[in-house]
Write a protein that binds this ligand. Sequence first.
Ligand code: GLP
Length: 245
Amino acid sequence: MRVYCAKDYYHASRMAANIISAQVIMKPDCVLGLATGSTPIGAYEQLVKWYEKGDLDFSKVTSINLDEYRGLPAENDQSYRYFMNTHLFDFINIDKKNTFVPDGMEPDAKKACKDYDGIIRSHGGIDLQILGLGHNGHIGFNEPAAAFAKGTQCVKLTESTITANARFFASMDDVPKEAYTMGIGSIMQAKKIMVIVSGEGKAEIVKRAFLGPITPEVPASVLQLHSDVILVGDEAALSEYNKSI
Ligand code: GLP
């Protein structure tokens, strides 16, 4: 694993955006696995700036997002489809037909998961997967569990995730209790993975995920088995990790 430590969130975001840009420049028709959450926002802002300068062309890029809340329509401003449109897709020349997010409104969970696995497969997998990290070590919405999930699954969100995400909703009760998420197996099949972390609040889980035992109780710990992972973070998020290596 390569670790890039930036002094603050702005610089970590720039580093992450540079890696995404390099991927798009090297392979204009690449498949990007994209993430939501507050952490990648800075990288997306940077990509938009470079696109506006004329440095980047997303016209042939396909994107496949990690997850979506079950029961939220695309127009809901808390849905991950809405997030992607308003933080990235609306400002670059990606063809929205080539952007995929699980269908939160599909009531048949089996069908939603099967369809999403079909989308990932039909695009030949993911070239560069972007990940944030949940406070309990979740990636996408793969929560701590007894086993690593292979394909797309419908998950019940843990109390800790509901609490962490409540800041985006009017109240705790408004946070959906379930989500569709790409499985750990699909994430691990990506050719390259970049995890972005920021802030002191992530310091402990970064250490556990990347230096602790590999266990489905800390879903991100499986990334230790991937041969091409880049961890990009600010000093605060990497502080415990850096102390322990
Ligand atoms: C959500 C998303 C994850 C994300 C996590 C961390 O639960 N499903 O993909 O990594 O939040 O979010 P943040 O970056 O806001 O800390």
